[in-house]
Design a binder for this molecule. Sequence first.
Ligand SMILES: Nc1nc2c(c(=O)[nH]1)N(C=O)[C@@H](CNc1ccc(C(=O)N[C@@H](CCC(=O)O)C(=O)O)cc1)CN2
Length: 433
Amino acid sequence: MSADTIFALGSGQPPAGIAVIRISGPHAGPALHALAGRLPRPRHAAVATLRHPASHEELDRTLVLWLPGPATATGEDTAELHLHGGRAVIAAVEAALATLPGLRRAQPGEFTRRAFANGRIDLAEAEGLADLLSAETELQRRSAQAMAGGALSRAVNTWREMLLALSARLEATLDFSDEDDVGEGESALPPGFAAGCTTLAAQLHEWLARPRAEPLREGFRVVLAGPPNAGKSTLFNALVEAEAAITAAEPGTTRDVITRTVALDGVPFTFVDTAGLREEGAGAVEAIGIERARAEAVAADLVLWLGPEGQGPSSATLWEIEAQVDRADAPPKAAPMHRLSAQTGKGLATLRTALVTHARAALPKPGEAALNQRQHVLLSDVATVLDHAAREPDPLLAAENLRLARRALDTLVGRTGTEDMLDALFGRFCIGK
Ligand SMILES: Nc1nc2c(c(=O)[nH]1)N(C=O)[C@@H](CNc1ccc(C(=O)N[C@@H](CCC(=O)O)C(=O)O)cc1)CN2
């Protein structure tokens, strides 16, 4: 338990209808008492007049909650002030809280970090929570909810128990191996040991084979490519502008690249337009378009190729698009996946539907927890050492493999780990979470 008591605005940017200030730590009760003049009945909403503890000036007349630990989100004593959401109200209450002994403003993610430190959530659940807070589409929300709700954590606990059982049986045979009763050509391993490792590894491989968290978090990446005047930007605008509700336009890190993240039918997409090619000479232009496309295709989940048929980059899934069917001078394609005119809208709805269907198949299913890079690396390590253990004739080496596997599982859920990694994760949260 931390000695400091922290407080922060947990609700959104003011001004707002209501602003929730959360206070967590051993001084949460005394702080609420100092402002409200009493401690309300635990876990029951109460109306109170909050006053400055020194001047007794009225700060707000509002709803408060007293939530004694450890059955709270952070595991600590918690108080909540549900204020009128004006900036000055919040500032006055925060200033009053800051005068109280043992209280200080929280750092980003500090409430969640305490929940983790107090064993209320594990690391995989905290990662799920971070994704839940940044979720902007239904698909993102449901997958993050599964992770935050412990889908991976429960699996890890099961695997950990299976590992411990395998280790225990192995250690038992090791204890007896002194007696030298293992005959020539006879395995020193307990019966069914290899099969046990293989069964466990199979469960890990099933998780490892699932679609990953990153394309879900960042949006299924669709790159529009082809030479200038092929209709890329018109198509890009048609695809992103119709669904501008959650767009976040970012100037690309690469020169001349525009990316925009949108949701189509609840599925997150990042569309990439390789726009703004500077035309230097007629012959070179096509080559530039193709070169740009090659570079972008490496990171793409799908390339929409608007250039000459069969000349698109080969490194990604690619759909041949004939994009300017309204124009008489546009070169036709013999066998395009889609024929459309972003200008007139012809063929656009069909393309959108096809994109959504295609991305859905490549992204985690609704409500399916997906592994992020860190989790994937660690689970791969576990699967690898288990594959080794299954083939290992020497019980001592097999036991060491199982220990390595257990250590990686512990790191996965944060039973062991480095401060750096925790700093990086909890730094992703906003203040007040
Ligand atoms: N006002 C408010 N809303 C909020 C939060 C909050 O802290 N305050 N949350 C902030 O995270 C989230 C809800 N998370 C929570 C997680 C656990 C417990 C909790 O007290 N759990 C106890 C008791 C459960 C019970 O009474 O049934 C437990 O699990 O033992 C509360 C909130 C979202 N909404």
